[in-house]
Write a protein that binds this ligand. Structure first.
Ligand SMILES: *Cc1c(COP(=O)(O)O)cnc(C)c1O
Length: 699
């Protein structure tokens, strides 16, 4: 799964159609050849390409599909050069035929081969890619033809057999294509069987019903239905030519769909669509931390896969952000999407008041297993900010419960970030959190200096002095200390020494304050440990997690507390006063479970270690360059801190031009790529950052 993608991030976007049968022996090759003939005659330069062909020995083997294409377009032969990218002798499913020859097929390799072929055929307007058998024909133990189709993202044309049972396969295939987010342009129902005497009347009735029913089911999907009759003369000269012509004419209604999937016009159309969406976006939407009246530009996204983002204009970007720490396994991970689909089929949501369900119970148990002993009760929230609100309220209700009524304030280091709701904002850094905008509204918390001791330098106990002084002065009022362990994220991407947390934990104990760790950004492996608290060996009273919890698929967060906190809150029949409407959402819990299962195989440790070393190699040359204040790397996080705030829009544009998605802010250019990113893509991200620094693009 982790093989190199080797795909160009620049260059001409792939165009064309993917043509798949709904099973074997449905007449796909004939249908495709007929369509090809129709396209060639209409002047659409599409090239037939078969990514995998089995049951042939060489390019001129008459049993190969190439021979059928050649027959279909006789006289026009020069216009097409049928290509087979991988070829195996055994007439069997690709995984078996390849295995017989000691070869291995996978989606990445085939996708790369298709793209290379496309790059090399500059004259073609598009490709007509042909599958093998049906959608779930295996390429290897884990990947099917449908996975290749998803990876290529082209519109799909299905070819099904027009006979008893054929309809079932067509309908299953239509649903499978839709579930992968692929566009279905049409279905060809093909009659491959010669009439058979007495039963012919029934067979005709079945064919007509297939056609009528499919027409009704496809209505409103924008997909065309083409019915190809049985042609007895395809292989008998001299009538073959007329037979092919008849089939090609039947395919003509599809030519426009092929043309629009192929012609460069599609690129311009895409550009128009992109501009249209951007303008409508500007009129009706508001983006994070932007002006509604003078917003920064936005890029229109179309698809995502692994660590790659496809823009609607066809460009592909290497992702450096994991969509704000979340997509640690990359995008569209099949196990995560499968978990989501499965749960969507059962029960997308149910109220959590008075009801529970297996995904929530399993997820809570799994989380508690991953967290250190002492954290024992899980409260699900629907976002990180809400989890922080929950944690703060837990601390306040706990102190009330144990009779410390004067403990109503929070202590936190400067430079923190805990979310954007009012309570969470009150403990964010007062400067970057823009507290001046909300003067008089935000509760006034107690701020201490940002932990000054670097992660990678010996610990200096003096860095705790400010916190100690604050406790001496305000200890009686402090309900809890809240902070992000080891890595301060959005507040400044600062990495500090784990011993700071040990000192702080002691101060909390001495003054009856609870300790809250906000692991929303750091949780689930990002710092090289499952949770950042493991660097320090400190267990907090309450822990918040979120972001990567669902692998970036759904919004879900949790506040997890100790039994002591739970009992303090619930003393004398009290209850905890919080309950989000979408609490414990089953879709989110199911995806989170699948994400934790992926982490359970431990591959993330190796992946994050590899990220760390690639980021170090790639970014450390920036240290000491003009305009750079500091370079630091920890786990899967790489930071170049600049001396002056960057020009965000200009720098963003520069990065997109270079095929990478990096979103700098203020004085920070930072990377936190998906764990599964190939090393050469990390190099590409780092190259772009170095280029920005060297070319003086920082401000
Ligand atoms: C992102 C973040 C939050 C807020 O989470 P949302 O899901 O955006 O509400 C809180 N704390 C930390 C450390 C974060 O990184």
């Amino acid at each position: 799964m982790n093989r190199q993608l080797q795909t160009p991030v620049s260059g001409r976007p792939l165009r064309g159609l993917f043509v798949s049968g709904t099973g074997t022996d449905v007449g796909k090759t004939v249908a495709l050849a007929a369509l090809l003939r129709a396209c060639v005659r209409a002047g659409v330069r599409v090239r037939p390409v078969k990514p995998v062909q089995t049951g042939v020995s060489g390019p001129d083997d008459a049993r190969g599909d190439a021979a059928v294409y050649a027959a279909a377009v006789e006289g026009l032969r020069d216009a097409v050069a049928p290509a087979t990218l991988r070829r195996f002798a055994m007439p069997a499913s690709p995984h078996l035929a390849a295995g017989r020859e000691g070869a291995h097929l996978d989606v990445d390799g085939l996708r790369a081969a298709v793209l290379r072929h496309w790059e090399g055929d500059e004259d073609a307007q598009g490709l007509l890619l042909e599958g093998a058998g049906g959608l779930h024909v295996p390429l290897n133990d884990t990947e099917d033809m449908l996975d290749l189709m998803e990876a290529l993202g082209l519109p799909v044309l299905l070819v099904g057999g027009n006979y008893l049972g054929g309809l079932n396969h067509v309908l299953l295939s239509v649903e499978a294509v839709a579930a992968r987010g692929l566009t279905l342009v049409g279905v060809i129902l093909s009659d491959t069987r010669p009439p058979s005497g007495r039963e012919e009347a029934d067979a005709r009735a079945i064919r007509q019903d297939n056609e009528a029913l499919l027409r009704r089911r496809l209505a409103g999907r924008g997909a065309r239905l083409i019915v190809l009759p049985f042609e007895p003369d395809l292989h008998s000269e001299p009538r073959a030519s007329l037979a092919w012509q008849a089939l090609a004419e039947a395919c003509e209604p599809l030519v426009d769909a092929v043309r629009s999937a192929c012609e460069p016009r599609a690129g311009e159309e895409a550009a128009v669509r992109v501009r249209d969406l951007q303008e409508r976006d500007r009129r009706s939407l508001w983006h994070p931390y932007t002006s509604a009246t003078n917003p920064l530009p936005v890029f229109v996204m179309a698809r995502s896969r692994r660590n790659r983002l496809a823009l609607a204009d066809g460009r592909e970007l290497v992702d450096g952000m994991s969509s704000w720490w979340t997509a640690v396994h990359g995008y569209n991970h099949p196990r995560l999407t499968a978990a989501l689909r499965r749960q969507a089929g059962r029960m997308p949501h149910v109220m959590f008041g008075g009801m529970t369900h297996e995904p929530a119970v399993l997820l809570a148990e799994r989380l508690l297993e991953l967290l250190p002993d002492g954290l024992e009760r899980v409260f699900f929230a629907d976002s990180g900010s809400v989890a922080v609100e929950v944690a703060l309220k837990m601390a306040l209700q706990y102190q009330q419960g144990v009779g410390a009524r004067e403990k109503i304030r929070f202590l936190t280091p400067r430079g923190g970030y805990h979310g954007d709701t009012l309570g969470a904002m009150s403990v964010c850094d007062p400067v970057t959190g823009m507290h001046t905008l909300f003067n008089g509204i935000l509760p006034r918390q107690i701020f201490v200096e940002r932990p000054s001791c670097r992660f990678d330098a010996p610990f200096d106990p003096a860095s705790l002095e400010d916190a100690r002084r604050a406790f001496e002065e305000h200890g009686r009022e402090i309900a809890a200390v809240i902070l992000e362990p080891v890595v301060q994220g959005a507040g400044g991407m600062w990495f500090y020494h784990p011993d700071y947390l040990r000192g702080l934990a002691e101060l909390c104990r001495a003054h009856g304050a609870l300790l809250i760790f906000d692991e929303i950004a750091t949780g689930f492996g990002r710092t090289g440990r499952m949770f950042a608290l493991e660097h320090a060996g400190v267990t907090p009273d309450i822990l918040c997690c979120g972001k990567a919890l669902t692998g970036g698929v759904m919004t879900l967060a949790a506040a997890v507390c100790s039994q002591r906190v739970a009992e303090g809150i619930c003393r004398d029949g009290q209850v905890f006063m919080h309950g989000p409407t979408f609490m414990g959402n089953p879709l989110a819990c199911s995806v989170a479970l699948a994400s934790l299962e992926l982490l359970a195989d431990g591959a993330w440790r190796r992946q994050v270690a590899a990220l760390e070393s690639s980021l170090r190699t790639g970014l450390s040359p920036c240290a000491g360059m003009p305009g750079v204040a500091d370079v630091r790397v920890l786990g899967g996080i790489g930071v170049v801190e600049t001396e002056q705030p960057v020009d965000m829009a200009a720098l963003q544009d520069f990065f997109v031009q270079r095929g990478v998605w990096i979103r700098p802010f203020n004085r920070l250019i930072y990377l936190m790529p998906p764990y599964i990113s190939p090393a050469e893509d990390i190099a590409r991200l780092c190259d772009a950052v170095r280029a920005a620094v060297m070319e003086g693009r920082l401000s």
